[in-house]
Design a protein. Sequence first.
Length: 320
Amino acid sequence: MVSRTIFCLSAFLVLSVLATSASSSEELSPYYYYHVCPQALPAIKRVVEAAVCKEKRMGASLLRLHFHDCFVNGCDASVLLDSSPTIDSEKFAIPNNNSLRGFEVVDQIKLEVDKVCGRPVVSCADILAVAARDSVVALGGPTWPVLLGRKDSTTASRDQANKDLPPPFLDLPALISNFKRQGLNERDLVALSGGHTIGPAQCFTFRDRIYNKTNIDHEFADQLKSSCPLKGGDSNLAPLDPTPVQFDVAYFDSLVKKRGLLPSDQALFNGGSTDGLVKAYSSNAKAFGADFARSMVKMGNIKILTGEQGQVRLNCRKPN
Ligand code: HEM
Ligand SMILES: *[C@@H]1O[C@H](CO)[C@@H](O)[C@H](O)[C@H]1NC(C)=O
Ligand SMILES: *[C@@H]1O[C@H](CO)[C@@H](O)[C@H](O)[C@H]1NC(C)=O
């Protein structure tokens, strides 16, 4: 799915995002580190590739980290802050606790980048955005120019994370309004949900769906019951789509077959307004790749801090 067309299309859309970003005093640029540290992006890519090579799932985990960062007070690396007397860590919010992972890889990237740059110039928020892109590419997905220049926050909020991160039981209207609050539209919702083309979910997130719901393929539900019993096995994993280490359109194909794992996945193909787009993506990898790239750039621009609004953390786990 990596093609010249996708690159050119997303490059064009990057320009329109740049032209319309409003919430910050300065704008992001793909060339932000071009002069201060040309080695930065290749270094991030090296560490991501090594981590994904060691464990393919890490690509999924790094993609999700960027999503969970951006949806809570913007893409400011607040998700990486550990608990302290002044930090209300988001790591313990309901959707994150015992679920978010990849923090050690981010630490490793930070160490490596600061080393090759000779000083700490790359923000943790930018590291998350680049690592998400490099993860998608490493698993065979589309590429896009990542806009850079985000600064890191000095605060975090578990309450805000609990309010803003979408739970898996939301129906389509609730998902649409959750994304709308972030400035993302229905098309962004469907494209970005395609992130579930990689990675697994824990039994407790889909148990109600496989035992209680009717908009599910019976054979699919029965297969899942062996690894996700009625009682116990809460953290047992099942893949979010049939090819969980390949960034492809199998996720959308599954939805069309009523084989979505999470209620929020199947909600996108359940007789509502997004059915057509799910169907279209299911047989058009190029269209999905281009839209996913465009929506990732849009998500990466949510409430960013620039210039004096934030800092470049020395340690991604704590404010300077
Ligand atoms: C539309 C609303 C969404 C809901 C309700 C949702 C919910 C979930 C849930 C419940 C899990 C499993 C967590 C666990 O069992 O520990 C999960 C995993 C995942 N989600 Fe989402 N998600 C949504 C959107 C997204 C978006 C926009 C992306 C990225 C663009 C994304 C990427 C992922 C990935 C890659 C995983 C697997 C993570 C891993 O293996 O570590 N999700 N999601
Ligand atoms: C997070 O998970 C830990 C370990 O399972 C648990 O002890 C703790 O109560 C959870 N925290 C919250 C806030 O739910
Ligand atoms: C099925 O639905 C009922 C009624 O809402 C609920 O009490 C029960 O816990 C659900 N079963 C599962 C396995 O989630």
